[in-house]
Design a protein around this ligand. Structure first.
Ligand SMILES: Cc1cc2nc3c(=O)[nH]c(=O)nc-3n(C[C@H](O)[C@H](O)[C@H](O)COP(=O)(O)OP(=O)(O)OC[C@H]3O[C@@H](n4cnc5c(N)ncnc54)[C@H](O)[C@@H]3O)c2cc1C
Ligand code: FES
Length: 254
């Protein structure tokens, strides 16, 4: 897909997040992303939150490009290339738990739709929970956590996921969300001896493995990821610790 696509639907998911639907018959896997060009502003990576003929991106407004996207409406045109990245490998996995933090739910929704897997969606507070209703269309078990206890389990998504992994016994945990959350989810999965595949974020420019700005250790998140297995994450010293900003400077994550 390297295309101008027409927005056919805009849905408010929360106070700061919208989903934009568009049509494209290019095949896409759960966990893949597209690069969205906003002329005069930037080009940014966005996970596909639907991967069928009708595709979508779910955009949290945090800065110039995402807020510019928020001003677009049904009938407007977006410039998109992709899909890129490896996506989740869901083959042969019978019992899967999806664990989402914040807007990370967008990257997991296609996998939830494909497998009907159990799902934990966590956020800091009730008004930041998104895509729970859509997840419930596909999954019988959608559990919510909020850090402040305003909805569902009072605590973070990893604490709730740990309880579910112990009681429900999964073959695979898939996750997307803030990297610190993913770091502790990976740790929990290792302790509880369950495989995981986690979708990481890094600053991206080309999205196709050429420029090197998205590297984590020696891996390119856009091309070798964004989904990494438990074993791959074991070997990444930057995971949960360091990333690079848009100028290439190293930022400590904690
Ligand atoms: C593979 C991939 C998939 C993604 N999927 C989605 C998605 O489905 N939905 C979505 O809303 N976003 C997603 N993102 C993140 C999205 O690309 C960024 O939020 C976006 O590039 C920010 O652009 P901006 O110009 O609006 O903000 P900027 O002006 O670039 O940044 C504003 C502020 O937010 C900080 N910031 C930038 N990115 C992030 C981040 N990821 N987390 C926390 N702080 C950040 C910056 O350091 C800055 O302080 C994804 C990122 C990757 C790599
Ligand atoms: S964004 Fe260019 S190599 Fe990943």
């Amino acid at each position: 897909m390297n295309n101008v696509v027409k927005i056919i639907g805009k849905t408010r998911e929360s106070h700061d997040t919208f989903t934009f639907d568009f049509k494209s018959d290019i095949p896409a896997k759960p966990g893949q992303f597209v690069m969205v060009w906003i002329p005069g502003v930037d080009e940014i990576p966005m996970s596909l939150s639907k991967t069928g003929e009708v595709k979508s991106i779910t955009v949290k407004g945090i800065g110039e490009a995402t807020n510019a996207l928020h001003t677009m409406n049904a009938g407007d045109y977006m410039r998109i290339r992709g899909p890129y990245g490896n996506g989740f490998d869901l083959n042969g996995k019978k019992k899967i738990l999806a664990v989402a933090g914040g807007v990370g739910a967008a990257a997991l929704l296609p996998a939830i739709a494909e497998t009907g897997c159990d799902t934990v969606i966590g956020a800091r507070t009730e008004k930041e929970i998104i895509l729970d209703k859509q997840a419930k269309d596909y999954s019988n078990n959608v559990w919510i956590s909020t850090d402040d206890g305003t909805r569902g389990y009072h605590g973070n998504a990893v604490e709730l996921a740990k309880e579910k992994i112990i009681s429900e016994k999964y073959d695979l945990v898939i996750g997307c969300g803030p990297e610190i959350m993913l770091f502790f989810l990976h740790k929990a999965c290792k302790e509880l001896k369950v495989d995981c595949q986690l979708s990481l974020e890094r600053h991206m420019k080309c999205g196709t493995g050429v420029c090197g700005c998205c590297v984590i250790d020696a891996e390119r998140v856009c091309k070798d990821g964004p989904v990494f297995t438990s074993e791959q994450l074991d070997g990444l010293s930057d995971f949960g610790n360091r990333k690079r900003d848009e100028c290439g400077c190293i930022i400590n994550l904690r």
